[in-house]
Design a binder for this molecule. Structure first.
Ligand code: ATP
Ligand code: ATP
Ligand code: MG
Ligand code: MG
Ligand code: MG
Ligand code: MG
Ligand code: MG
Length: 257
């Protein structure tokens, strides 16, 4: 194609290629979801419908992006881990993050009414995204542990906080009561004052959601016969497992391999 005199403007596009042979993590996070969750009457601290919608959107991203080996979600955020030697978009950062976040967001909106049928969407939600490279397996593990510990700490705090508020006290009173308390003290308040055993809270709330590709027998249409046949495929599957302990990685050597 003939080049126009305007072609030179292309030079202003800076390179944003990500370091080769490093884990790429794309983390997306809901914009202003504090307000979004109020506006849509999400139950506090954990609206299970909204969490399952996040999981559905993340699963859809994984179906469309084979290079994602693992995804981890909690609250209004999701992290997508791309394999070290991924060549997706020639490892261009903005291409990768923008494609993943837009796919995530469109799926979030697309599936909204299925997960929250009684709660019409009041405005179009948005998410931000960034790509970060992690140069070693250990640092990738530490990244995932960081997010999972964050989930644990926030969830414990929020569970007690909302128990106090739902018990009839103000948010300020709840904050004051919890200031400086240890994890053990929070669990004690929960149990003795509200009869809630933290250990029995849903695993999804305590650990967040991990999506891995698992061999699964599914029905597919045969190319030869046009008839449905059963095949084993690697299907994104959600679980609420601990990624901090060594056990998770020892049991799944193929993840880092
Ligand atoms: P920012 O735009 O800076 O990310 P934010 O308001 O989204 O601001 P976050 O730190 O991302 O702030 O926190 C997410 C907020 O959304 C928290 O207030 C959290 O309680 C709420 N939230 C997210 N998911 C749920 C859910 N499933 N149920 C109830 N509340 C939720
Ligand atoms: P990539 O994913 O690399 O961007 P692409 O298929 O989207 O691939 P583009 O170079 O972005 O390719 O071109 C956009 C394509 O969409 C063109 O083929 C264009 O003709 C078509 N298209 C976009 N908008 C319209 C429209 N309003 N009506 C008809 N065709 C359109
Ligand atoms: Mg934030
Ligand atoms: Mg947010
Ligand atoms: Mg967040
Ligand atoms: Mg185009
Ligand atoms: Mg295009």
């Amino acid at each position: 194609m003939a080049k126009s005199k305007y072609e030179y403007v292309k030079q202003f596009e800076l390179e944003d290629t990500l370091l080769p042979s490093t884990w790429i993590v794309v983390r997306i996070d809901g914009r202003g979801f504090h307000g979004f969750s109020d506006r849509h009457h999400l139950t506090k601290p954990n609206d299970i419908r909204a969490l399952e919608l996040m999981n559905k959107a993340a699963e859809s991203v994984m179906f469309k992006t084979p290079d994602i080996v693992l995804a981890y979600g909690q609250s209004d955020e999701y992290s997508f881990v791309l394999r070290k030697n991924s060549r997706l978009f020639e490892r261009r950062s903005s291409k990768i993050s923008s494609t993943i976040v837009s796919l995530f967001t469109s799926n979030y909106v697309w599936h909204w009414s299925q997960f929250l049928p009684d709660e019409p969407l009041q405005y179009p939600p948005s998410f931000d995204a960034r790509c970060v490279c992690y140069p070693s397996d250990q640092i990738l593990r530490d990244y995932l542990a960081w997010r999972q510990v964050d989930c644990h700490i926030n969830n414990m705090y929020n569970t007690v906080f909302w128990a106090i508020v739902h018990g009839g006290r103000s948010e300020t009173e709840a904050e004051n009561e919890l200031r400086g308390t240890s994890s053990a003290q929070k669990q004690e308040i929960l149990f003795s004052q509200y009869g809630i055993n933290y250990a029995k809270e849903p695993e999804m709330f305590k650990k967040g959601s991990v999506i891995l590709r698992q061999p699964t027998t599914v029905s597919v249409v045969s190319e030869k016969t046009g008839q449905p046949v059963m095949r084993e495929k690697m299907i994104p599957t959600i679980s609420f497992v601990d990624m901090i302990k060594d056990e998770f990685w020892i049991q799944r050597p193929y993840l880092l391999g």
